[in-house]
Design a protein around this ligand. Sequence first.
Ligand code: ADE
Ligand code: ZN
Length: 321
Amino acid sequence: MVLKAELHAHLEGTTSPDLVKRLAQRNSMDLPDGLFDAEGNYRWTTFLEFLKAYDLASAVIKTPLDYRDVAYEYLKQCASEGAIYVEVMSSPDHAAMAGMGYQDHLDGIIAGITDAERDFGIVGRIIVTCVRHLGPEQAVVVAKQTIAAPHPLVVGFGMGGDENAHHPSDFSKAFHIAHDAGLSCNVHAGEMAGPESIIAALDHLPVKRIGHCVRSIEDPNLVSRLIDENITLEVCPGSNIALGVYPEFGAHPFLKLRDAGCKVTLSSDDPPFFHTSIGNEYAIASREFNLNDQELADITKCSIENAFADQATIDKLLARL
Ligand code: ADE
Ligand code: ZN
């Protein structure tokens, strides 16, 4: 089996419908109205509906043990598909909406990652993310919480959410707080918005990696800039098709970006929402983009080389490839 690595997965968004049901029961909560369709899958159609479903599913993650179980079950599944390294993006804002403080949410995730490494040998790290549509001031709150509670497993700071809300420059303060404290940064751009969103992110935010970034293909100068500035692209093909960024894999720019010289990686984003997994993303790359096992292994190597983990961890992971 080709070894795999994942750089872009929203932790709350990895929670399977089955786990949502178990957590709701454990917390004596009713299942959120309208969250599931008749087949028991997450119900949403547009991007904004997806974000809403994500909020509803996150609401059942109410305790440190819940966060531990979400992280543990996700890493267990990734390990079963051959993943040796996963960075999960956690959202303290979603934890707060569920009634949990920053430290409780973090303690739970750390327990899940630690237990999963002990049981399955998979290495996990955390990127704390703010939510773009909650605004720049809340992003500063999250950045300050993050740097006030440093932990070796917390290696990054990033931002997801509605790409059309606010401007990247509005978040410069939050990102610089995190970056100045030694955290590596990523941001979503060029997913729901065009190349200008990526240019703005590069102009204003201290990022090494960009989540999605696929719409950079629409601007050849930007593709050159991504190469010159050594930016890693966290590409999530299954997510892009599910959310309608492209109508079909044949229209997806993964190969064009790779062949142009961009550093492309493969990730699953919010796997149960998009009926995917890290294993499925590699299968998509094989089936739809014709990557052979050596090319898939090269993707994993690129992911690990550009992981936000410390260099000693990266070296150990590279030695396993
Ligand atoms: N939050 C969770 N998944 C996301 C995505 N694909 N884009 C932006 N924000 C998100
Ligand atoms: Zn994402």
